[in-house]
Design a protein around this ligand. Structure first.
Ligand code: IPE
Ligand code: IPE
Ligand code: MG
Length: 248
């Protein structure tokens, strides 16, 4: 235990406290392969993945990250076998129900981002409950992307704008952001994908325009707060240019 504590603080010490990313986003991938490697059903990986999310969420708080946005279920994940989709729906519902107390205690504000259409009313009720119960918390803002697609989000934003305005002069990039599910959140600075794939899979397309991407082969259920620190370390050692010449 002491060894663990020691290696954690040693790792954190290598970070520059003035350059902690404000907004970290994670594509939590590799649950199925994690389970299959152990001869377990894919669902066991999803179950373990919930524990990982808890650990990472509190580590983000400790590190001073203000916004954590995670990808839990995509608009394309409905095309998986019904048994897996049903399991994921139940797991999401149960996780929200079971974790609400701890999230409240830890001052975490939860937002669920995605399309409500097509989601079971039971789940929508849990979403409303968790958002309402945590809305006054002013610690970490945890946004969980559920029934989320980056393209769907942009299309939905356009629809909202069209239903409100008949002119377009005032619409610019900053203003457009306020119509996305992520309204109020700053751009993603660091985007981590676990599980070895190097793609966005329709995640935060607008918000990640200048995010630093960090890919790791670690499957999500095995991802630890040490891996998180390593990803932040890599972020801190990148040169961000935003199209300019030299460091910004
Ligand atoms: C990510 O893990 C979780 C969801 C997409 C719900 P996967 O289920 O995609 O796991 P792999 O990528 O098949 O291993
Ligand atoms: C992205 O992972 C979605 C989530 C992690 C929720 P996928 O496993 O669905 O992505 P692909 O199919 O490998 O692109
Ligand atoms: Mg996957």
């Amino acid at each position: 235990m002491f060894k663990n504590l020691f290696s954690w603080s040693k790792r954190v010490k290598k970070l520059d406290p003035d350059k902690i990313p404000e907004h970290v986003a994670i594509i939590m991938d590799g649950n199925g392969r994690w389970a299959q490697k152990r001869g377990l059903p894919r669902t066991a990986g999803h179950q373990k993945g919930v524990q990982t999310l808890k650990e990472i969420c509190y580590a983000c708080g400790e590190l001073g990250i203000k916004y954590l946005t995670v990808y839990a279920f995509s608009t394309e994940n409905w095309y998986r076998p019904t048994s897996e989709v049903n399991f994921l729906m139940e797991l999401f519902k149960k996780a929200m129900r079971n974790e609400i107390g701890e999230l409240e205690e830890n001052n975490v504000r939860v937002r669920i981002l995605g399309r409500r259409q097509g989601v079971d009313p039971d789940i929508l009720a849990e979403i409303d409950r968790v958002e309402e119960r945590t809305c006054k918390n002013d610690g970490l803002i945890l946004s969980i992307c559920f029934n989320y697609g980056g393209r769907a989000e942009i299309v939905d934003a356009v629809k909202k704008i069209l239903s409100k305005y008949h002119f377009h002069e005032s619409i610019d990039e900053e203003y457009f952001k306020e119509f996305l599910y992520t309204h109020g959140l700053p751009d993603v600075e660091l985007l981590i994908r676990t599980g070895g794939e190097q793609r966005l899979s329709n995640f935060l397309l607008y918000q990640s325009a200048y995010a630093e991407l960090v890919f790791t082969n670690v499957f999500w259920p095995d991802f630890t707060k040490k891996d998180l620190v390593d990803a932040i370390y890599e972020f801190q050692n990148r040169e961000r240019r935003f199209g300019r010449i030299g460091k910004v």
